[in-house]
Ligand binder design. Structure first.
Ligand code: CP3
Length: 371
């Protein structure tokens, strides 16, 4: 597919983009991480038809269909491309596969200098064309209903999968590398960063209105290691994207990154995604303080950063009354200092055991809240 700048219908609902720009909003914008997924019976149906998860990602029509499914049920203010962060390691030739009930696995890992040298430069337009086709098709089908998120994993998070060969709790090999061979890990992170920039750039050109970077395992790091091995790469990626697409918002989500909101304030991200360990009123004050300090240090007026999050998705196992109360408490914290600059979401992905009706209670409670 040729990647050209296409014309799409104007947005009918731009609440989320307005909140990210700190403009007034009529109601709080809301979307749900992993909003397309196994908690929806209609997703499971398409997934069964596709056979396996990767075939679902690679089929433009089916990927479009599952992206739109949650928007038919709930009044969400954004769609997110249906794909996975592991498409990049797959394009590096590591052989991604999913073992039923065991999560993602790779045939090959990257642990030796030979492994690293073997990683090809990813040609996004060819190797990941199925993702770009899905982005363009989804954006067309949305017909301006809501903005579309593209996304990527962060270099650190992707590195953990590439080094461990799958999901991990301890990150034994990646951390061994970090402390015994840091220059090797840096070389790997540099290669991944280049791929992430090309990938997000191509998704934006294909039609993504904004992007989110998932640093799902940033919280496994010590604070100095977070800066050196995760944050610095995320910051660099965002800076490179902002040169090409200054007006495309970037949301930086680090699971477990709440202690480093001040550090994350130094990137050009438009919003910081937070998990449920964080008090949103405190995060807001920290970000505002960092913005003031940076403005003085750089003698250049810094833009305020929005926040996104952060309900524990397990809250949705509770009753509708419990969910409504939790939303009320969360939004009260979020708006204590400013009346915009906030996007409601969970602090991580919705789980497969949630009742869809409870997701609806969550979304409606967010919209019903008087700002
Ligand atoms: O948010 C959305 O609706 C868009 C789709 C999306 C998926 N994965 C679909 C998916 C997004 C944004 C992701 C990101 C992703 N993938 C992350 C970062 C976010 C996070 O959760 O921290 C990570 C770490 C992955 C890696 C990954 N993909 C794992 C660990 C798994 C298996 C775990 C599980 O939930 O089964 C996947 C598979 C996956 N990605 C599924 C979905 C809907 C389930 C696959 C299935 O249908 O069997």
């Amino acid at each position: 597919m040729s990647i050209t700048n296409q014309k799409f219908a104007p947005l009918k609902n731009d609440r989320l983009l307005r909140a990210l720009r700190f403009e007034p909003v009529d109601a709080t914008p809301v979307w749900m991480m992993r909003q397309a997924g196994r908690y929806l019976p209609e997703y499971r149906e398409v997934r069964a038809k596709a056979g396996d998860f990767l075939s679902l990602c690679k089929d433009t029509d089916m990927a479009t269909e599952v992206t739109l499914q949650p928007l038919r049920r709930f009044e969400l203010d954004a769609a997110i491309l249906f794909s996975d962060i592991l498409t990049i390691p797959d394009a590096f030739g590591l052989g991604l596969y999913f073992e039923e009930g065991e999560g993602p696995k790779f045939k090959y890992t990257v642990r030796t200098p030979t492994d690293l040298e073997r990683l090809p430069k990813i040609d996004v337009a060819n190797q990941l064309d199925y993702v770009l086709k899905a982005v363009t098709n989804i954006r067309k089908e949305l017909n301006g209903q809501v903005p579309l998120f593209g996304f990527s994993g962060s270099p650190w998070t992707l590195a953990t999968y590439m080094v461990e060969g799958g999901s991990s709790r301890e990150f034994r090999h990646t951390k061994e590398m970090m402390y015994a061979r840091p220059e090797f890990l840096h070389a790997l992170l540099t290669k991944i960063s280049d791929a992430v920039v090309d990938y997000l750039d191509a998704q934006i050109i294909a039609g993504a209105n904004l992007v989110q970077i998932f640093d799902s395992w940033g919280g496994a790091l010590g604070h100095r290691q977070f800066i050196e091995f995760s944050h610095n790469y995320n910051k660099d990626i965002i800076a490179r994207l902002k040169v090409k697409h200054p007006d495309v918002p970037v949301v930086m989500f680090t699971k477990g990154g709440g202690l480093w909101v001040d550090v994350q304030a130094e990137s050009q991200a438009d919003a910081i995604g937070l998990d449920w360990t964080v008090r949103l009123d405190k995060a807001r004050l920290t970000l505002n303080e960092a913005q003031r300090a940076l403005t003085i240090a750089t003698k250049k007026l810094q833009k305020p950063k929005a926040i996104q999050g952060n309900l524990d998705p397990a809250t949705l196992y509770g009753s509708p009354a419990t969910i409504k109360q939790a939303v009320h408490d969360m939004l009260s914290d979020a708006y204590r200092a400013d009346k915009t600059g906030y996007v409601a979401n969970f602090g991580h992905g919705i789980t497969q055991w949630v009742k869809p009706e409870h997701a609806k209670v969550f979304v409606d409670a967010v919209h019903d809240f008087k700002i």
